[in-house]
Each structure stands twice: as structure tokens, then as C-alpha cells.
Ligand binder design. Sequence first.
Ligand code: KIV
Ligand code: ZN
Length: 385
Amino acid sequence: MVHINIFDTTLRDGEQSPGVNLNQLEKLEIARQLERFGVNVMEAGFPASSHGDFEAVRSIARTIKNASVAGLARATKSDIDITWEALKDAADPRLHVFIATSPIHMTYKLKKTPDEVMRQAVEMVSYGKSKFSNVEWSAEDASRSDLDFLVRMIEKVIEAGATVINLPDTVGYTTPEEYGRMFRYVRENVPNIDKVALSAHCHDDLGMAIANSLAAIENGATQVEGTINGIGERAGNAALEELAVALTIRNDKYPYSTNLHLKEIKRTSDLVRKLTGMTIAPNKAVVGQNAFSHESGIHQDGVLKHASTYEIITPELVGIQANQLVLGKHSGRHAFKDKIMQLGFSLTDEKLLDAFKDFKALTDRKKEVTDEDLFTILTDIQTDI
Ligand code: KIV
Ligand code: ZN
């Protein structure tokens, strides 16, 4: 079975969602949970964008051992230098350097000719390679770029040392058929393409991010990028939990494997929802509140007779537990620790004790402590350095 690497960009493209601003500890908490979820690469941020993001990326790089940690950089020496400083202690650091390749972006944004863009891309990939062994190059707005220009560009950046080529649908404009065709064309026309991983990165402006990602996989992509809960710029990015479940449930049509642990989906989704403050539509696929409820009489009757009548995904598959532990004033430290691990938090012994005290104080005022109450306690404790 062909293996697909999963590149999570919740902490970079996801954080570009309007109104989202994660602090260093919140980013670290999400990074630890992404590691448990089993992503191959996590893009921890854009280190040159702010001092806070630099610090957050550096702390993630120093903590995460079981995934590659990437940082985004524009195609400039100073961005690449800063990204190296943030990532150099990572177990497996990756530079993610990008430049736009579409006529619209080159003319109006970069104000450069295609030849100038090509030269800059090759120079900066080569510069990046002098520091990083793992260099991902992205052709921003690839889906609106000239295909033959893209092919020449990709060949050159691979010669300059790129190890991953990413072809984003930056503005969520493409269709599955078009996006798939672009991947096939690149696979068939770039002579050295088999030396590198080929990556898809889709936005959801027309609601086609998952369909486009699947089309890319069917046409030669070996890495897919996305975010938890599909958060991201404008209408967001491809939702990784949806992709993971689609690849599992429809393995007959998509015979591809990933390293993702589907049972971590619920916990990862809840953590990202709480810490980003981005609510999830009740009818959102896989993680929406209604994703497993059956309202109409006919459906309820069918499910009672046999769940497979209307249920293609079981709640257990994505880590929704039937018997949720309810915490109240009689709960002890053990149950409390178990519960906070279920919520995706990992606290030091000292912070665990502080959180337990806050929890006990709350049980004097409230009979049943909900997950939402615990999230409030835990985020307060984590920000209280
Ligand atoms: O959507 C996009 O083009 C991006 C790039 C920076 C990879 O996020
Ligand atoms: Zn993007």
C-alpha cells in the first residue's frame, strides 16, 4: 500500500485564521497532541513573523521527538537564517520555503518576471540546503500557475536541493479533476521528480479541499497538508481528521496508509477548538456535535435495528468514548489525572497538583464538572508560568 505522509499546519496556516492567536504554551500543548495523533511533520509556525512565534517554534523544536518540525520562510536569506535558529535543535528540522509562481502573484504582488522568480527560488533553496538537510519548497498559487513554467521550476529547485515539492491550491480555486491533472503532469514531465516527495496543500474556499487532496493522492502526491478542524486562512485548509477517516472508511477506493491514530481525533479536535476559540459547526463532518446523532424517526429506527443502516463511521473510531468519566466532588487525583490526559493535556506534577486544587474548589460550587470547566482550569494553569 502506498504510504502518505501527513503534514500538519494547524500551528501555522491554522493560526492564520482571523482572530486566532496562540501563545507559546498553547502551541506547545497542541504540538504534543499532534505528536500523539501521529503526524509525520508539524509546521510549528513562521519564525520570522514575530518574536513570539520564533520562541514558540523553538520550544516545539526542542520538545518534539517523533515528528519532523517545520518552519515557514519567505525566499529570503534573513527568513531562512531566523528559521534555522528556531529549528536547529529539532530532532528532524525542516525548512519550508515558498515563493509565488502564478502570473497574478508574480505581476501584482512580487512585481518580478518569471525568470527573476525562478532565480530567487533556486538561490534560496540552495541557501536553505546549506543549513537544512530537509528542504520543502512551495510554489504558492501553483494551481493558477503555468504548468510548463512550474515543471521547469520544479526541476531546478530539486537540482538545488529541495527534498519536498509542495503545490498549493492557495486560494481554494481548483477542482478535483484539474488539481489531479496538475499532479499527473508534474509526475510525468519533471525528470527528477521521483527523488522527492510531492505534496498537496488545499484551501476550502469552494468546499473542495478534501476532494482536491484525494485527487492529488490518486495522481501521485505522497504528502498531504492540512489542519485540525480545517481551520486556516479564510474558509480554512483541508481538515486532516476528515482526510484520515475518508482514507480509512473508503480504503477500497483509496488504498493508502498513514501513521495517524484515529482514536486521537476527538481529543485533538477538542484541544484545538478550545485553545483557538474557533467553534465547530454542529454539522461538521467527523467532529461536529451532530456527526453521530440521528434525529428522524426513520433513521433512529434503522440504527436501532442495525447501526450500519445510517452510520458509516462509529464514534469509537475517532475516539469518542461511550462511557465518559464524570468528575465531581468525590473524584480522586487518579481519575482527575486520567481525565486531563483524555483531554490531551500533559502537566508537570506541580501543575497537576495546582489544577487538582482548583478542580476541588470548583466541586464545592458545582455538582458536575464538565470538560469545558476543566479546559478553563487547565488553560489558566498552563498560562500561569
Ligand atoms: O496556501 C499556501 O499557498 C500556503 C503556502 C505558504 C504554502 O500556505
Ligand atoms: Zn495555505
